[in-house]
Design a protein around this ligand. Structure first.
Ligand code: SAM
Ligand code: SF4
Length: 315
């Protein structure tokens, strides 16, 4: 279905849990997340019903996110159930990959089409500090397992923090040199614990390009502008929510693990879907798509209006 600005809404990001096994410094408070009562998060039946309804309105691509989706009990079964819904052409997941090594093959067998892995540094100590306890080695084994399980080339997502991990631009980019992976640098967004970040922490997409002068523009892949270099097998993507609003190309809606539909990541509007079924659910979803704003207003002095943290919405 089209929104009021003619954008075809075909992509649903579905948060399946608020919980996470990491506490990345730009996403979560060191204390972590208060565990919700079991009844507060959407059941598999409810998630299935939401996806069926979204598909009937034109969604073809569903991405599972969180919190950390692999911490949701029964995640492989959930993938199989969602992939079995007619009209779900692509089922994807974004993960921190801490437990991906053991999940990669079962997820592939359950019908998951694609995996994006968040990886902000190749330095094990820096990784541990940035994620407050994560193990880099597990991520690297997870990526190998994804490639061995027959998934399409993995997309690696990195958020850069000036003075923290911006020394990793080249090492991370070079993961796309020998293999057809896509390494994507995402500009830090002023949301949640980062709502008012120190400007010194911001690393623009432009400064990534300056540090990788061999890159040449290739194409656009969703919200990412892609680049490659002579002789490289893979690509480097730049996702620039701060320096180049990609809102005109936005085809997404998001549903939080508590069942609120967010028409825009950075807008306060949320439409409660919990407890709705049949026509009432369809109408609520249509209304939500129709109130998708033209664009967000993020800026150095303008934090996100989301009213929620990234781990609640799913990025
Ligand atoms: N736990 C999973 C993971 O980290 O891949 C999925 C959920 S996480 C909220 C989704 C994405 O949001 C991650 O790639 C993470 O780096 C990104 N993210 C979190 N906080 C952010 C921020 N303030 N600015 C930009 N990206 C952020
Ligand atoms: Fe967890 Fe992902 Fe947030 Fe890191 S970015 S704390 S892995 S939800």
């Amino acid at each position: 279905m089209n929104d009021l600005f003619g954008r075809n809404i075909d992509y649903l990001r579905l948060s399946v849990t608020d919980l996470c096994d990491l506490r990345c410094v730009y996403c979560m408070d060191p204390a972590g997340v208060e565990k919700l009562a079991h009844g507060d998060i959407l059941s598999f039946e409810a998630l299935e019903e939401l996806v069926r309804c979204a598909v009937a309105l034109g969604v073809t691509k569903v991405r599972l996110t969180g919190g950390e989706p692999l911490t949701r009990r029964g995640i492989v079964t959930l993938c199989a159930r969602l992939k079995a819904i007619p009209g779900v052409k692509e089922l994807a997941m974004t993960t921190n990959a801490q437990t991906l090594e053991r999940f990669a093959r079962p997820l592939r067998e359950a019908g998951l089409d694609r995996l994006n892995v968040s990886l902000d540094t190749l330095d094990p100590d820096q990784y541990r500090r940035l994620t407050r306890g994560g193990e880099l080695e597990r991520v690297l084994r997870g990526i190998e397992a994804v490639e061995a399980a027959g998934f399409p080339p993995v997309k690696l997502n990195a958020v850069l923090l000036g003075g923290v991990n911006d020394d990793q631009i080249r090492p991370l980019a070079e993961l796309a040199q020998q293999s057809p992976r896509s390494v994507r640098f995402i500009e830090l967004m002023p949301i949640g614990v980062c709502a008012r970040f120190d400007p010194a922490r911001f690393v623009s997409a432009q400064s990534v390009l300056e540090r990788l002068p061999e890159l040449r523009p290739l194409d656009r892949d969703g919200v990412a502008l892609r680049y490659t270099a002579p002789g490289w097998a893979g690509t480097v993507g730049l996702i620039r929510p701060m320096t180049d609003h990609f809102c005109p190309a936005c085809s997404r809606i998001r549903i939080t693990s508590r069942g609120f539909l967010k028409p825009c990541l950075h807008d306060a509007a949320e439409i409660p879907l919990r407890g709705l079924h049949g026509q009432a659910l369809t109408e609520a979803m249509m209304q939500a798509i129709l109130c998708k704003p033209r664009q967000h207003h993020l800026g150095p002095d303008e934090p996100s209006g989301a009213g929620r943290a990234m781990y609640e919405i799913g990025g």
